[in-house]
Design a protein around this ligand. Structure first.
Ligand code: ADP
Ligand code: MG
Length: 324
C-alpha cells in the first residue's frame, strides 16, 4: 500500500462526484440535470473560499466526460496572470481546439475570474462568444459584482453558500471515520467555530489536530489553529467592559504571548462576538469603531503590542463613558 501519511486531506477527500458534495443541494441538483440533458450553458460560480466551487466544477467535468475528462477539461487560475495575455494565449488556445473522444464541447474552468482586469474580461467575453460551440466556460469568483455585466448575462449564476453546521459536521465525521480518529463532540463544535463555513479550513484543522493525537479534543483544535476559544474572547470582553484593565490585559497577554494568537485573528474574533452580544447600541457602535481603528493601524504596520493594549484601554474608557 502507498504511504499516504503526507497526503493533504483536502485533496484526498475532495468529493469526486457531484452527489458527494455537501450543503449545496439545490445547486448540485441543477448541475446534475445538465449532465442528464447532455448540455451545458456557461456558468458563473460565486461564493467565499472553501465552499465547493472548484470541487463542483471538476466533478461536473468528470460526470460529463467520464474517462476522457482530463482531455476535455482545463483549470486556469486568473490571479496568476491577470492581464489580457492570459485570455489571448492560454484561454483562446484551449477554447478553439476541437473536443476529444467524441465529446461535443470542452470545459474551461477559470478560477478567481474576478482577478481579471476589465480589459481582459472584455476579451474573455468575446472568446466566450466566438467559441461557444466548442467550449463552455465555468467562471469562479468571490463576488459576482466584480464580473462585467455582459459576462454575467451570458452565464447561469450559482451562488454557493457558506457551509452550515450540519454540512461541516457530516464531512468531518466522514473523514474522521475513514482515518479511524476519535473525535469528541466539543472538538467538532470547535472545528465548526473556527471554519466559519469554510470546509477547507475545517478539514485542515482536523488534519492538524490528528497529527497531535488520534483522539481529538477541543483544546487541540484551538491550539493548532491558533484561535482563541469563544469563552476566552468572552472573558477578555467581559473584563474590559467591567472596566478591569489589569484583568483584561492579563487575558490579552496570555492569548498573544502564550498561545501565539495573531493580533488580527483576535480582532476578528472580538468583532464576531461584539456584533451579536446584547449591548447598549451606542456602546456597540463605539466598540466596533475602535476595532476598526486598530485593524487599520495594524494593516499600516503599527506596533501590534501597543495597538492591542490601546484597544483594551479604549474598550475600558468606552464602557465607563456609556455606563455613566
Ligand atoms: N460542499 C463541500 N462538500 C464537501 N467537501 C467540500 C465542500 N466544499 C469544500 N470541500 C472541501 O474543501 C476543499 C476545498 O474546496 P474547493 O471546492 O476547492 O473550494 P472553493 O473552490 O469554493 O474555494 C475540497 O477539496 C473539499 O475537500
Ligand atoms: Mg476554488
Amino acid at each position: 500500500m502507498m504511504d499516504d501519511s503526507h497526503t493533504i486531506w483536502i485533496e484526498k477527500y475532495r468529493p469526486q462526484k457531484l452527489a458527494d458534495i455537501v450543503g449545496q443541494n439545490e445547486i448540485i441538483e441543477r448541475l446534475e440535470s445538465y449532465v442528464k440533458s447532455g448540455n451545458l450553458p456557461h456558468l458563473l460560480f460565486t461564493g467565499s473560499a472553501g465552499v465547493g466551487k472548484t470541487t463542483a466544477a471538476v466533478a461536473l467535468a468528470r460526470e460529463f466526460f467520464g474517462e476522457s475528462w482530463h482531455m476535455n477539461f482545463r483549470e486556469l487560475n486568473a490571479s496568476d496572470e491577470r492581464g489580457i495575455d492570459v485570455v489571448r494565449n492560454q484561454i483562446k488556445q484551449f477554447a478553439r481546439t476541437s473536443p476529444l473522444e467524441g465529446a461535443t464541447f470542452k470545459i474551461l474552468f477559470l478560477d478567481e475570474a474576478d482577478a481579471l482586469t476589465p480589459d481582459a474580461q472584455a476579451a474573455l467575453r468575446r472568446t466566450m462568444e466566438s467559441y461557444a460551440q466548442t467550449c463552455r466556460f465555468i467562471l469562479s469568483c468571490n463576488y459576482s459584482s466584480k464580473i462585467i455585466d455582459p459576462i454575467q448575462s451570458r452565464c447561469a449564476i450559482y451562488r454557493f453558500r457558506a457551509l452550515g453546521r450540519d454540512a461541516v459536521k457530516e464531512e468531518i465525521h466522514r473523514i474522521a471515520t475513514q482515518e479511524s480518529l476519535t473525535i469528541q463532540e466539543d472538538a467538532i463544535d470547535a472545528i465548526i467555530y473556527i471554519a466559519q463555513g469554510d470546509m477547507r479550513k475545517a478539514i485542515n484543522a482536523l488534519q492538524g489536530a490528528a497529527i497531535i493525537s488520534r483522539e481529538i479534543d477541543e483544546k487541540m483544535v484551538y491550539a493548532i489553529t491558533a484561535t482563541a476559544r469563544p469563552d476566552e474572547i468572552d472573558e477578555l470582553l467581559d473584563l474590559s467592559l467591567k472596566g478591569d484593565f489589569e484583568g483584561a490585559e492579563a487575558v490579552l497577554q496570555k492569548l498573544l504571548q502564550e498561545r501565539g494568537i495573531a493580533p488580527n485573528e483576535l480582532i476578528t474574533q472580538c468583532y464576531r462576538v461584539l456584533v451579536r452580544r446584547p449591548l447598549d447600541q451606542g456602546l456597540r457602535v463605539a466598540l466596533i469603531d475602535q476595532l476598526g481603528v486598530t485593524d487599520f493601524r495594524l494593516s499600516e504596520g503599527a506596533n501590534s503590542e501597543i495597538q492591542m493594549e490601546a484597544l483594551i484601554a479604549g474598550f475600558v474608557m468606552l464602557s465607563r463613558k456609556y455606563s455613566s
